[in-house]
Design a protein around this ligand. Sequence first.
Ligand SMILES: [Zn+2]
Length: 417
Amino acid sequence: MKQIGYLLLLVIVVFSCKKEKKEAKIVVPEKVEEEKAPPVLMEYGYVLNDFNVVKDTIRSGDSFGAIMDNHGITRAKVFEITNKIKDTFNVARIRAGKPYMLLKSKDTTEKAQVFVYQNNKIDYTVIDFRDSIIVSKKKKPVKLVEKTASGVINSSLMQTFDDLDLNFLVAYNMSDIYAWTIDFTRLQAGDRFKVMYTEKFIDDTIPAGIDQIKASYFEHRGKPIYAFRYQDDSINGGFDYFDEEANNLRRAFLRAPVKFSRISSRYNLRRRIKYYGNKIRPHRGTDFAAPIGTPILATADGIVTKSERRGGNGKYVKIRHNASYDTQYLHMSRQAVKAGQFVRQGDVIGYIGMTGNTSGPHVCYRFWKNGKEVDPFKQDLPASKPLADSLRPAFNNHIEPLKTTLDSILFEPKEIL
Ligand SMILES: [Zn+2]
């Protein structure tokens, strides 16, 4: 009786469907099945259709073992996997917030077979343990997109980027390029810029950072400064930024040993301190305040001559740059270099702290010239080498089309011509 009932119901459903379709004049019935076949989905080199797919994010407290355990893998097998792959991938290093994907068998056991961990936007690790255990590190294909941007500054560079909905990383890169020529904490309303850069995308749409700034133009107090990226060191593959006359925009010294810091006390030989009865206590350094743990950078290439803890200096590092110049960095929470070590400009040599005589977290930056502590902001610092004469013809050919493009970009908000 029941079976007949179902049959009847089925007939009614089919019949009523047919009726509706006739009314709607849609002629598709034979192809319905074919159209419903799902499209083949590929990801990380696997056909997802062949698996039960779990996509999730590592949560705090999650471990590789626990995730595997939840998906039918025995502890013995987990041990075998982690041991086999330990030289390539340490499963203890998986971090909360990182996406992962599990491919599980389509049979009733639903056992995990492949684990894909997204190390960052571009890099991922695949652990395939279907038969033998295979681990591989891979990269998603990155698409480079050429872009241009421009803007007129009202308050700060960051505010302008925010207003125009531009990628902040471009602003950071520009402030690096112009670090020696423009003081970005003292920009003026009306300062303006244009920039040509390449941005990285994965899966065509997900932004993955700035590849490089190819060329830019920055007008500060009415004075324009062009910057063109050019390889000047074919041996080490080094790039620098040069103006249109092939002068290097970099100086031999960075302006400050800390990024995005503020000067809390300048070099001042006549500084009076109330605490000491308003007596003159010369300050032979420049204090840059920043949160504890902020990296401190070598302001120029050189050899570390001191990395120790002593009295009021606290933990400090001193670097010899050449016969004339030394720099010294005081009050670190810890040093990151040892005496005798060679460091490059911009290398992290320690971290902001409060060791020695200090009332707050900062680095006291001491600039030595011929054995005397002087004010680095009053020095005419040596420039980095300009482009070699032999490279200039090729440089000129390289920058010509870039300059033409830069010059044709209008300022945002659009200029009225
Ligand atoms: Zn100081």
